[in-house]
Design a protein around this ligand. Structure first.
Ligand SMILES: *Cc1c(COP(=O)(O)O)cnc(C)c1O
Length: 383
């Protein structure tokens, strides 16, 4: 048995779309990219969608849009991917880590207010594994303190918080279309916002700081004149990627249903086992189930997480760990001097958590295979 941690779900629809784009002669940003943006904005219930070549680029330009400056501070969860936080360092601003909840892995909202200073400009919540954070509380804190909320929704497509789509709540929301994410274009990202001015700023900056619809320059009706209004970036998406994205968008709901079914099977199989701790699900929201983060009850086991993941791999089950907390990495330790004992919940989760395969290309027998291997190992290493 060999069950990789992830396999993208690619069918003839993506292949035909990509081939069509290639044959059309228009490879870079063009009509397909604009169509993808429009359909994406609609699907997450936002007024504007700005595509880019990664979610990291989206987070970067979102911070530019809100006017982040050197010396400012931005609050991020301590347990996330470095992309959430590295973009703050681009500005010589300071990422301030908030500890997470042990049950959901999301930013613990009770920790946020005490981290806010006169320099805090924004909060970047991460919807860990796809489950939305406590957005009402986060938006209320932000409003009260006059700061912005930029959601890192790399895991949260599609996801709901109190009947609202993720993408329709924060000031700017950033999605990822990286190869392993719930909608994939190989590489890619989308920033959505109801603020038209921010959307325009991001549109200009993603393509060299060239004003207005620069991509139309080479079309039949395009004009050769353009103006550079800022030192922009080369962050645009391409029509080849957008063609893949459009095909993926069409089956986003169905792919979500299949992940939900797998999560339910895992919950059912592991929920009553003393050796394992299933993810906490809050009742007023729906996870995208990008990841299935399972935790070990170390008190009931003779082995730790590292050994457990190794044994899974030996039996053909690809698992991964999300995430090594940021304060453990040399860059953040050296540059910002953060220390582990300040984040007991992140440490607790990090010592126990690992992610199991969860994707629509998994067959019924793959899911059963994963369950059997995990149960076998839990029994074998029971204390
Ligand atoms: C994948 C990921 C990103 C970065 O996405 P890219 O599209 O690869 O730039 C950011 N944040 C989190 C939490 C992620 O998992």
């Amino acid at each position: 048995m060999e069950i990789p941690f992830h396999k993208p779900y690619i069918t003839d629809e993506e292949i035909i779309g990509v081939v069509h784009s290639m044959r059309s002669g228009w490879l870079t940003m063009g009509p397909k990219t604009i169509e993808f943006e429009n359909r994406f904005a609609e699907s997450v219930e936002s007024a504007n969608a700005v595509s880019m070549n990664s979610c990291t680029a989206c987070l970067h330009l979102a911070l530019r849009a809100i006017g982040l400056r050197e010396g400012d501070e931005v609050i991020v969860p301590a347990m996330t991917f470095t992309a959430t936080s590295e973009v703050i360092s681009y500005f010589n601003a300071k990422p301030v880590f908030a500890d997470v909840e042990t049950g959901t892995g999301n930013m613990d909202v009770s920790k946020i207010e005490s981290l806010i200073t006169g320099r805090t400009r924004a909060i970047i919540p991460v919807h860990y594994a796809g489950q939305p954070c406590d957005m009402q509380e986060i938006m209320e804190i932000a409003k009260k303190r006059g700061i912005y909320v930029i959601e890192d929704a790399a895991h949260a497509l599609p996801a709901y918080y109190r009947h609202k789509k993720i993408g329709s709540i924060g000031h700017i929301t950033c999605f990822s279309f990286y190869a392993t994410k719930t909608l994939c274009t190989g590489e890619g990202g989308m920033a959505v916002t109801d603020n038209g001015q921010w959307a325009e700023t991001m549109r200009v900056l993603r393509l060299h700081g060239i004003s207005k619809d620069a991509w139309k320059r080479y079309s039949k009706n395009g004009k050769w004149q353009y103006e550079v209004v800022d030192a922009g970036f080369k962050y645009n998406m391409t029509d080849v990627q957008a063609a893949m994205g459009l095909a993926q968008l069409g089956k986003l709901e169905w792919m979500w249903e299949t992940r939900k079914e797998i999560a339910e099977k895992y919950n059912e199989a592991f929920g009553r086992m003393e050796e394992l701790i299933v993810p906490e699900i809050k009742p007023d929201r729906q996870s995208a189930w990008h990841l299935y983060p399972l935790k070990l009850n170390l008190e009931a086991l003779k082995v730790g997480r590292d050994r457990f993941v190794e044994e899974l791999a030996r039996r053909g089950v690809g698992a991964s760990v999300h995430f090594i907390p940021l304060y453990r990495h040399p860059f953040y330790k050296n540059r910002y001097g953060c220390r582990m004992h300040e984040y007991p919940a992140s440490e607790w989760v990090y010592g126990r958590v690992f992610s199991l395969p969860i994707y629509p290309a998994m067959m019924e027998e793959d899911v059963q295979g994963v369950i059997e291997v995990v149960q076998h190992l839990a029994g074998k290493f029971k204390r």
